[in-house]
Structures are given as structure tokens and as C-alpha cells.
Design a protein around this ligand. Structure first.
Ligand SMILES: Nc1nc2c(ncn2[C@@H]2O[C@H](COP(=O)(O)OP(=O)(O)OP(=O)(O)O)[C@@H](O)[C@H]2O)c(=O)[nH]1
Ligand SMILES: [Mg+2]
Length: 321
């Protein structure tokens, strides 16, 4: 008991500092309550705060408590850049995927586990003949090492606290293709990164996956929003073109980028999509895994492209690739 009291006293200043520097995260009072609850639960003491509590913006319902403007910027970060634009181009030209709140809420249900709808890690593979034989539609996340693939998947699955996804500051952390099942609805694959510190068998593993995976319905190619498209990304884009893969570009870590830099990288991505891609969705998505920006709409897009969410209203009229 004394240890618990001691730990609690030590944690208080830390909780205060965290809450001051993370205004979008939980309220200090909520954090204290969480800490107390965790300390009083012997079984959870060593496991930390359940991930489902980790961010108050993880679900649409909790995010909806934000003021309207902040909520719009959270859900549709592209629109938040509108004010920065100079002549000749409007965000409306890019913002093709505009689901309604109802669509986003329906998509979110797919990411919430239940007794009948299990969301879980399935298996890992380093070679295609080890990849699980699954019929349901599949999406995969590729990108340079350290671009934020595993982090983004982790926040997409943040409403399923039992799903363990490891992230690391060290590039080359994910060494295998990791398969996750979302009930019978779809599977999602976290890939090792390319470029610096890519695993030795990367080409054999990832290229043959992309070339031969029959149930792959969409590839999410992640590009660092703070640095834009790099040489290694161009090679990956070329590979998607060559294999005729429908893919979509997601710009990650947008919280780290100044708006001017983000905008110029966005224009670069738009230009590359226009001039150098065959089956790329015309709209790049913007996301931040630390702030949850763009995450709710990405869930919706995944639900849509895997055939689990016919969209209501305008969004359905827009091209799906
Ligand atoms: N600020 C910020 N940091 C991020 C974001 N996403 C990821 N990171 C950080 O970037 C680092 C790499 O993240 P990972 O998710 O492991 O990257 P990865 O693409 O899976 O990397 P590999 O598995 O090595 O290919 C970690 O330190 C993350 O905390 C983001 O949206 N914002
Ligand atoms: Mg990873």
C-alpha cells in the first residue's frame, strides 16, 4: 500500500505536466481519476492505462464535444488548409471523399470489437507462402521506415484495446508482414518499411505480396507530411503503377509540420498523383497519430473501399479511385 501511495505522489507532477502540454488529451482531473483507478486495480497495475482510454478523441462521440471548428479540422484536415491557399487551386478540387457524420459513425462501429465481431492480430509472415489464406478484402499500409505506419494502424484500432501494435522511434522496427482481422469484414496488414534499415528480405516479402495478393483491395502508401515525397517513395509509387494497384497516399505526422511546409508538400503530392500515377486515388489524406487528425475519416474510407460501407449522400457520387 505504501508503495502505491508513494507512486501516486510521484505521478502527480508528471500528470500535471502532461496535461499542460497535451491540451487535446484528457482533462487533468480525468487523468488523476484514471491513475487512481489503475493503481487500485492490482491486475492492471503493471499494464498501464487501457488503450481505450488513451485519447479522448479516439471516437467520434467523444470528439463531438469539441467546438465545431476544431471538430471539422480534426475530421477534415485538408479543409483546415483552405485559408493558406494562393490562387489557382481550391481544396474543394482535392476533397473528394466527404462522408457525412452518419457515415463516419457507422464506419466506426466496424472498428469497435464485440463478441460477434472480433478485432485481433491474426498472424505474421516473412514470405508469401507464409501469408494467411484469407478471403475477405484486405488493405495494407506501406511506406518508408519510420513514416508512422504502425502508429497510424494503432490509432485506427484504438477502440479495440486488446489489439497490440508495436511502434518505435528506431527505423526498421516492423520486420514482418503483420495481419490483423476485423471480424469477417476485412483484414489489414502492417508492412515493414522500405528505405533506411529495411529488412533484408523486404523485396522478396513486400513486392511479391503486392504483386500476388488477390484479396488486396487498396494499398495505403504513407508519406511523411513534414518532408514530402522522397526518392524511395517514388520507387514505391512506380511499383504500385507497375502492378496496377489501386492505392491512396496518406501524409502522416502532420502535427509536426508547419502549415506552409505541409501545404507545399501537399501540392507536390498532388502533382505526383496527377502526373506519375495510374490507379492512385486523387485525394491525398492527411493524418496525425498523436492528435487523431484525419483518423475518423480514414476509418470511413477503409470501411468504404473494403465494401463494408455504402456511403450516403454526396460522398457516394464521388469517384472511388
Ligand atoms: N509527432 C508524430 N509522431 C509520429 C506520428 N506517427 C508516428 N510517429 C512517431 O514516429 C516514429 C515511428 O513510428 P512507427 O509507427 O513505428 O513507424 P513505422 O512506419 O511503422 O516504422 P517501421 O516499422 O520501422 O517501418 C515513432 O516514434 C512514432 O511515435 C505522428 O502522427 N506524429
Ligand atoms: Mg512499423
Amino acid at each position: 500500500m505504501l508503495t502505491i501511495v508513494f507512486l501516486y505522489i510521484m505521478l502527480c507532477p508528471l500528470v500535471f505536466v502532461c496535461s499542460v502540454y497535451s491540451p487535446e488529451r484528457v482533462h487533468p482531473y480525468e487523468m488523476l481519476t484514471i491513475k487512481i483507478w489503475v493503481l487500485l486495480q492490482p491486475r492492471t497495475l503493471l499494464r498501464g492505462v487501457p488503450r481505450s482510454w488513451a485519447h479522448r478523441l479516439a471516437s467520434l462521440q467523444s470528439a463531438s464535444k469539441l467546438p465545431e471548428k476544431k471538430l471539422q479540422a480534426l475530421l477534415f484536415p485538408l479543409s483546415a488548409l483552405e485559408g493558406q491557399l494562393t490562387s489557382g487551386f481550391s481544396i474543394a478540387d482535392l476533397q473528394l471523399f466527404e462522408p457525412s457524420m452518419g457515415d463516419i459513425a457507422r464506419a466506426e462501429r466496424l472498428f469497435c470489437p464485440s463478441a460477434k465481431h472480433k478485432i485481433d492480430y491474426f498472424s505474421s509472415a516473412v514470405r508469401m507462402d507464409h501469408a494467411p489464406l484469407i478471403r475477405q478484402p484486405e488493405v495494407c499500409f506501406i511506406g518508408r521506415s519510420n513514416v508512422g505506419k504502425s502508429s497510424l494502424i494503432r490509432v485506427l484500432f484504438s477502440l479495440a484495446p486488446d489489439v497490440e501494435i508495436r511502434v518505435s522511434k528506431t527505423p526498421g522496427h516492423t520486420k514482418k508482414m503483420n495481419f490483423f482481422t476485423v471480424g469477417k469484414a476485412f483484414t489489414l496488414v502492417d508492412m515493414p518499411g522500405y528505405g533506411y534499415k529495411a529488412p533484408k528480405d523486404f523485396v522478396e516479402m513486400v513486392e511479391s505480396y503486392l504483386e500476388t495478393r488477390r484479396n488486396l483491395v487498396r494499398t495505403f502508401l504513407l508519406v511523411d507530411g513534414a518532408v514530402g515525397i522522397q526518392e524511395a517513395d517514388r520507387v514505391a509509387i512506380e511499383m504500385c503503377n507497375e502492378f496496377g494497384l489501386p492505392f491512396v497516399i496518406v501524409m502522416t505526422k502532420i502535427d509536426k509540420s508547419r502549415q506552409g511546409a505541409l501545404l507545399s508538400n501537399l501540392l507536390q503530392v498532388r502533382e505526383v498523383i496527377k502526373t506519375h500515377t495510374v490507379c492512385c486515388y486523387p485525394q491525398p489524406f492527411l493524418a496525425s497519430s498523436t492528435q487523431y487528425t484525419g483518423v475518423h475519416v480514414l476509418r470511413c474510407f477503409i470501411a468504404h473501399v473494403t465494401g463494408n460501407l455504402p456511403l450516403s449522400g454526396d460522398a457516394e457520387q464521388k469517384p472511388s479511385h
